[in-house]
Design a protein around this ligand. Structure first.
Ligand code: SF4
Length: 349
C-alpha cells in the first residue's frame, strides 16, 4: 500500500474553501451569524438529516426567537416544539443551557470553546462549530462526514470509534485548517462528506481532492473509515394497553425520569423479557418495531377492559383529539397509526 500523499498540508484546506465558494449548499443557518440561531441549528442537526431538521429549526426559532424566550418557556413547551425529532435530551439540554446563558452570560453565548462545552448539551463538535460559525474562531470541527473525508484522503486505517480517534483526527483536521477561514473550511469539509464523499458510491470525479486522495489511489475507499465493532443493540419488548372509556376517552401515562423518553407520554405499559414466551394479556391489535440508537423496541398493543383497570398517579384519560396537547415519542404515534389501520370495530372490547 502506498503511503499517504505528501502534498503540502495547507493545500487541502485552500482547495476545500475554494470548492465551497463555488459549490457550497445554501442552507438557512448559513445566512446568519446570530450565535443563538447557529446554536439551535447545531443541536437540531445532531443525529438528524438536514432535510428533516430544516423545518424544526425554522419552527423552533419562530416559537422561541431568542434565548430569553427559550429560557422563560416551560419544559413541556420546549418538548412540544421538538416533538417527532427524537433524542429529546437535546431539547431538555437546550432549555437548561438557555437558562444558564441568561443567568451566567447576560444572554450571550460565550465566544470561547471551553466555556461553550460547559453548557448542557454542547460537546466538542458543537462548541467548535458555534465558535467558528458565529465568532470566526480558528476551530476545525470533527463529525462523521469529516472523519470520512480525512480517513479516505489520507487512507488512514486508524479506527474512528476508539478512545484515541478524536485526538488523532483532530490533529489532522487542525493541520488542514491552517490559516484558512474556519467557517468556510468547516462548511466545506462537511459538505464534501455530505454531498460527494458519501458513505457509499462517492462521486470522486467531481471531488476537489480527487488527485490527492490516497484511498482512491490505493483502491481502499470502501474500507475507510475503519470502525471497530462495539455497538450492542439491546432489544426491549413493550406491551402497551388500549384502555377505552365508554365515552371514547383512553388512558395515557407520563413516563418517569429514570429511562429514555423522560417525561414524555405513552400508553399504560408493561415491559416483558420477550413476546414469544409471554402471550398477550388481552386481544392483540398490532405490533410495530422502532429503532433507537442502541435499542430495538418491539411494541404490541393489547386491549384491556376499562372497568378493571386501576389508574396510577401519572395516568390521564383523554380524547384522541387532545393528543396534540401532549408530547408522544414517534414510536407511540406509529403504534397508534398501526392501531387505526387494524382496529376491528370501535369499542368491541
Ligand atoms: S476522491 Fe472520492 S474518496 Fe477521495 S475524498 Fe474525494 S470523494 Fe472522497
Amino acid at each position: 500500500m502506498e503511503q499517504p500523499c505528501e502534498s503540502p498540508v495547507p493545500d487541502y484546506g485552500r482547495r476545500l474553501v475554494n470548492w465551497y465558494r463555488q459549490h457550497g449548499r445554501d442552507l438557512p443557518w448559513r445566512r446568519t451569524t446570530d450565535p443563538y440561531a447557529l446554536w439551535i441549528a447545531e443541536i437540531v442537526l445532531q443525529q438528524t438529516r438536514v432535510e428533516q431538521g430544516w423545518p424544526y429549526y425554522e419552527r423552533f426559532l419562530h416559537t422561541f426567537p431568542d434565548v430569553y424566550r427559550l429560557a422563560a418557556a416551560s419544559e413541556a413547551q420546549v418538548l412540544k416544539a421538538w416533538e417527532g425529532l427524537g433524542y429529546y435530551s437535546r431539547a431538555r439540554n437546550l432549555h437548561r443551557a438557555a437558562r444558564r446563558i441568561v443567568e451566567e452570560h447576560n444572554g450571550h453565548l460565550p465566544a470561547d470553546v471551553q466555556q461553550l462545552i460547559r453548557l448542557p448539551g454542547i460537546g466538542p463538535y458543537s462548541a467548535r462549530a458555534i465558535a467558528s460559525f458565529a465568532y470566526g474562531l480558528p476551530c476545525a470541527v470533527l463529525d462523521g462526514n469529516v472523519y470520512r473525508v480525512l480517513s479516505r484522503v489520507l487512507d488512514d486505517p486508524t479506527p474512528i470509534n476508539t478512545s484515541r480517534s478524536r485526538s488523532h483526527y483532530q490533529q489532522r483536521v487542525d493541520a488542514w485548517l491552517g490559516r484558512n477561514p474556519s467557517a468556510a473550511f468547516n462548511h466545506a469539509i462537511m459538505d464534501l462528506g455530505a454531498t460527494l464523499c458519501t458513505p457509499r458510491n462517492p462521486t470522486c470525479d467531481r471531488c476537489p481532492l480527487a488527485d490527492v486522495c490516497t484511498a482512491r489511489r490505493n483502491g481502499t475507499i470502501d474500507q475507510r473509515p475503519l470502525r471497530v465493532s462495539s455497538t450492542v443493540v439491546r432489544t426491549l419488548w413493550m406491551e402497551y394497553y388500549w384502555i377505552e372509556h365508554p365515552d371514547g376517552r383512553f388512558y395515557i401515562r407520563q413516563r418517569d425520569e429514570s429511562s429514555f423518553w423522560k417525561n414524555l407520554w405513552e400508553l399504560p405499559r408493561r415491559d416483558l423479557p420477550d413476546f414469544e414466551h409471554h402471550p398477550p394479556s388481552g386481544y392483540e391489535f398490532c405490533r410495530t418495531v422502532h429503532l433507537l440508537s442502541h435499542r430495538e423496541l418491539r411494541l404490541r398493543l393489547v386491549a384491556q377492559p376499562y372497568e378493571t383497570f386501576e389508574p396510577g398517579p401519572s395516568d390521564r384519560l383523554i380524547y384522541r383529539r387532545e393528543m396534540n396537547e401532549f408530547t408522544f415519542p414517534k414510536a407511540i404515534r406509529n403504534l397508534l397509526e398501526a392501531f387505526d389501520r387494524c382496529r376491528p370495530t370501535p369499542r368491541l372490547f
